[in-house]
Design a protein around this ligand. Sequence first.
Ligand code: G3D
Ligand code: MG
Length: 194
Amino acid sequence: MGLQSTKHAKVKQANILMLGLDYAGKSTLLYKFRYNDAFLTIPTIGFNVDMIETRQDFTLTFWDVGGQQKMRQVWCNFLEDAEALLYVVDSSDKQRLEESKKEFEWILKNEFMKSIPVVVLANKQDLPGALNAEEITRRFKIKKYCSDRNWYVQPCCAITGEGLSEALQKLTTFAKHSIRSKETSTIFKESTVL
Ligand code: G3D
Ligand code: MG
């Protein structure tokens, strides 16, 4: 009985894996999330890790594991525990768009990423020539690669904070859904074993 109540206790925290090429704006986004008035801030607990409590009494822990080439091999180690993926794109950098898309595809193909919901941030919308959310959706073939999961593309500007509260809301909704699915599959596996 005690075991059951622990198992069904409401989980109020989710791990968000934050990825994207270097210079996409990940650190700027985390900084903006942290200092945005709309959210209660909690101090950084480690290098490139940040926890943000949303208004819905739910904590999102962002894991910004770095976009540099050498860090990309490390991404896999973080994939297993993620409830959602936040993929950041520099929408103004057309030269590296293809590289970013390849990384995106590679991450989604990882077996731990199966069915993990995705929020893509089309960042740097303030810069001239930045591709809009529809164009990013099309160029990244998101409808095709994310047909098996929840996904959402949010245009934003990490400098002004525009579009960020919508992204956090979406992440919270997706992460809660992800947690519920994991719980259901655990209960199912246990009842199958029994
Ligand atoms: P990263 O953590 O993904 O590597 P950073 O990226 O957060 O370090 O951002 C890289 C550069 O992009 C920074 O410029 C930052 O200010 C800029 N940047 C991030 N988001 C935006 C945005 O929405 N609009 C604009 N115009 N610039 C943005 P610097 O010059 O400091 O290197
Ligand atoms: Mg950074």
